[in-house]
Design a protein around this ligand. Structure first.
Ligand SMILES: *Cc1c(COP(=O)(O)O)cnc(C)c1O
Length: 495
């Protein structure tokens, strides 16, 4: 059965998968959601015999139904190739009684590579299918990792340009260096004087600007989004949860049909929503454990049913989770309201007007598979230290938030279900925070000295992505104020 995608804010706005990917955000500002979740109608024992790419095909062909199998296979082959430093693509590492699903073996050593290495291929294929002649301009707001992963994915891809906005003082030095050294004539990188929410709000405003859209069209351009609001980001993320299950089954760590728990360090709610979709396809997942850092809007939401962004924005050592408006939560809201677009519209209007909304008790009851908690800065550092001291495995700060929350969950529930923890970044990406958590004496070392030291104590090779930026020249030095984002876009495009 074909899956169509409708807007969370207008059910009648219903498009094919390829159109939803091209468009990113729907016209009234809603997000595209599948009108039904396809069933994973294949034996788990058969999945256990497949490799990552084969499993990805099984998942993606059920969601992206207007793509042919040939097209999807082609996209998958172009994405999950030697850009990854392991054929396995997403290794599961057993440590401390849980399985860390390492999603950081791609070009930019963070989990966003899992989706962003395939998105450009899905997008070009979608453009071809829909006879699009315009050049596609990818506009992205990033809290650090999306930016580089999107730049790496789209750089040099014909028929596309990519513009990335990041908070000038809100990303790690290595994240910034990764972005500003990006080569490729079709890439533009800008630091804004504001935080990630400012960047994201600014990008959403540009997407909603009808006059600009018309002007762009006349000049042969159209916008699309590589942010995690694009369903072309979300669907590839479902694959690794299915892969995890299949792998655990293959390795006899679980029996067919056993449930597993997943723990996800969460920011924009894309990664954990993918796990929710995997569960709703029929993958045996029991608890979806949502881990936040000190920006714990989601923890409060799961506890109280109130989503309240009116609070201080905190810069933490897990910057990719420093988010007060978790965009993808809107999709969950729509689903738990019974696919009700008017309810979604009402709540989102409350969010943009008052900064707060409350879900009904009936909706809250549908969240029982979720467990939310958070880790403070101190707890995050302690978790990195604890895991390293006990088994030598080095966690990055985001993964440590998840790991710390998992420990809290265990203490509270004594639930001994086999658990997969999404490991979203390589520790090499957040070296200073990671190393000083292991020993404060590392504070005095320089950034790249820390890299070498981490390689030594963790007994892991320095990833190629880090080696490359040691000497790469800075090629982007643009900055702008939040209210100048649109002008900046226009000047890049020469319109
Ligand atoms: C983006 C990111 C997250 C948060 O993922 P969401 O899908 O936005 O919830 C967590 N960890 C890292 C390292 C990230 O880059």
């Amino acid at each position: 059965m074909e899956v169509f995608y409708s807007s969370t804010r207008d059910k009648n706005n219903r498009v094919t998968a390829s159109k939803a990917i091209l468009q990113g955000l729907s016209n009234e500002g809603g997000l595209f959601v599948p009108d039904h979740i396809p069933e994973l109608d294949i034996e788990l024992s058969d999945l256990a015999k497949m490799d990552y790419k084969q499993i990805a095909l099984e998942v993606m062909k059920r969601f992206l139904t207007d793509f042919t199998e040939e097209e999807l296979k082609n996209c998958i082959d172009n994405a999950y190739d030697e850009k990854f430093d392991t054929d396995v693509i997403a290794p599961l590492v057993e440590a401390e009684g849980a399985y860390y699903l390492e999603l950081f073996h791609g070009a930019t050593i963070a989990f966003k590579d899992m989706a962003l290495s395939i998105l450009p291929h899905l997008m070009i294929t979608a453009a071809k299918k829909n006879n699009i002649k315009n050049e596609i301009v990818i506009l992205t707001a990033t809290s650090g990792d999306t930016g580089k992963a999107a730049l790496a994915g789209f750089a040099g891809v014909k028929g596309t340009k990519i513009i990335v906005f990041y908070p000038k003082n809100g990303v790690s030095p290595i994240q910034e260096k990764q972005m500003v050294t990006q080569t490729g004539d079709n890439t533009f990188v800008v630091g804004i004087h504001g935080n990630f929410d400012d960047a994201q709000t600014g990008v959403k405003k540009i997407f909603g600007d009808e006059a600009l859209k018309k002007e762009m069209d006349e000049k042969g351009y159209q916008f699309s989004s590589a942010n995690s609001i694009n369903i072309g980001r979300l669907v590839p993320q479902i694959c690794y949860y299915v892969y995890s299950y299949a792998h655990l089954l293959k390795e006899n760590r679980i029996e067919e049909g056993d449930a597993i728990n997943v723990v996800v360090p969460t920011g924009n709610f894309g990664n954990i929503l993918a796990a929710y979709y995997a569960k709703n396809m029929g993958l045996p997942i029991a608890k979806l454990i949502c881990a936040s850092n000190e920006n714990k809007v989601l923890y409060d939401f799961f506890k109280t049913g109130y989503y309240d962004k009116n609070r201080e924005f905190k810069l933490t050592t897990s910057p990719s989770m420093d988010i007060l408006i978790s965009s993808n939560l809107e999709r969950l809201i729509y689903h738990i309201a019974g696919n009700d677009d008017s309810k979604d519209r009402e709540l989102m209007a409350d969010l943009s007007g008052k900064g707060i909304y409350r879900i009904s008790d009936e909706m809250k009851d549908k969240l029982e598979d979720f467990y939310g908690n958070y880790a403070t800065e101190e707890e995050t550092a302690l978790e990195i230290n604890r895991v390293y001291r006990s088994c030598g495995y080095v966690l990055d700060t985001h993964t440590a938030v998840a790991s710390s929350v998992y420990q809290k969950y265990l203490k509270e529930t004594k639930d001994n279900t086999v658990t997969v923890i999404a490991s979203t970044a390589s520790p090499f990406k957040f070296t200073r925070s990671v190393m000083t958590a292991i020993d404060p004496a590392y504070e005095k070392l320089g950034d790249f000295e820390l890299v070498d030291e981490l390689s030594k104590i963790g007994n892991v090779k320095v990833p190629k992505a880090i080696d490359e930026i040691r000497t790469a020249p800075v090629v982007h030095d643009n900055q702008c104020d939040v209210d100048k984002m649109k002008d900046t876009v226009k000047s890049f495009l020469g319109i």
